[in-house]
Design a protein around this ligand. Structure first.
Ligand code: SF4
Length: 118
């Protein structure tokens, strides 16, 4: 993943799409058994080409299959059923870690620069 993407608050649609590694793991049926536990099945969406792992109706997927949800940053933050190996899940985890590190470092840097001025 391009590290500069982690630095930005907002990505273009094209940049966001490029993060997906086209593994198609999100295109298989999942069962929520409660308590935050998800069972991943080997039953693919009827529109998934299981050989190429590409959606056969990608451009019109939301019109043809209403259950196919647009994956946005906010949406991925709200759900628990994306696989942990999903590139978007990894991206958001890295982005949050980077922001936490910056928030912790930032007062230290301010303190150091004040000390230098004296
Ligand atoms: S699981 Fe994540 S990385 Fe894999 S195809 Fe779905 S959105 Fe893309």
């Amino acid at each position: 993943m391009n590290d500069s993407l982690l630095e930005r608050d907002k990505l273009s649609d094209e940049e966001w799409e490029k993060i997906c590694r086209k593994c198609a793991k999100c295109c298989y049926e999942k069962i929520d058994i409660g308590d935050g536990q998800i069972i991943y099945t080997d039953v693919p969406c009827e529109y998934l080409d299981t050989v190429t792992r590409m959606c056969k109706i990608y451009g019109k997927r939301h019109e043809i299959e209403p259950d196919c949800i647009k994956l946005t940053e906010n949406f991925i933050r709200q759900i628990n059923w994306m696989p942990s190996s999903c590139a978007y899940v990894e991206y958001l985890k890295q982005k949050d870690t980077l922001q936490t590190v910056r928030a912790v470092e930032s007062p230290k840097k301010r303190k150091r620069s004040k000390t230098r001025r004296k």
